[in-house]
Design a protein around this ligand. Sequence first.
Ligand SMILES: *Cc1c(COP(=O)(O)O)cnc(C)c1O
Length: 223
Amino acid sequence: MSIQQNIEEIRQHIPPHVSLVCVSKFHPNEAIEEAYGSGERIFGESKVQEMCGKHETLPADISWHFIGHLQTNKIKYIVPFVSLIHGVDSYKLLVEINKHAAKVGKTVNCLLQIHIAREEKKFGFSADELIEMLGVGEWKDLKNIQLCGLMGMATYTDNLEQIRSEFRGLKSLFDQVKTFYFASETSFCELSMGMSDDYKIAIEEGSTLVRIGSSIFGIRQYN
Ligand SMILES: *Cc1c(COP(=O)(O)O)cnc(C)c1O
């Protein structure tokens, strides 16, 4: 199936209130152009250098979402053009993004990454860490950051009930912090969850942003 056919198929399962992030990491510009031709405008990348190169050469109306692990020394390269950073996994990183955003007079949209998988901890806040960080409240002074919601990745498993319960837990955490800390903030409204293998479950459990790569572009060639 072509990229356009894949998108058509996937689009049938995505309701209008959910946005599709086409995860184009490790795929060339031609693949992105094909998806762009189908009307897609949001693309997700996980490497700073790769995203900057694609941003320079592809149409200016693309929204670039950074979905990888962001290192502090690379923040400055993406701040001028990034639409949303999905994986902010520490308060320190938030402070650094704010610093660079202030330098160029921008407000950067961020999602806080929550560790929901049962696997060994890689990246992300635990629910307790999130609530503690929000409770301390220093984040309110970061005037060049807009917190737009939460992001999470389910365990890599065939157990669909486990995946569903992890997504459900993240949605419930989202509702809780929305009520306590962001009740009057309309921009805190995004829940980024769901990838190629689990996006349908994620949508059923309240996702507003699905990040889909291989089901659109095929297998990635890592080299
Ligand atoms: C690569 C990646 C995706 C896309 O994964 P697929 O299984 O190819 O859809 C989604 N989210 C994150 C954070 C990723 O790194």
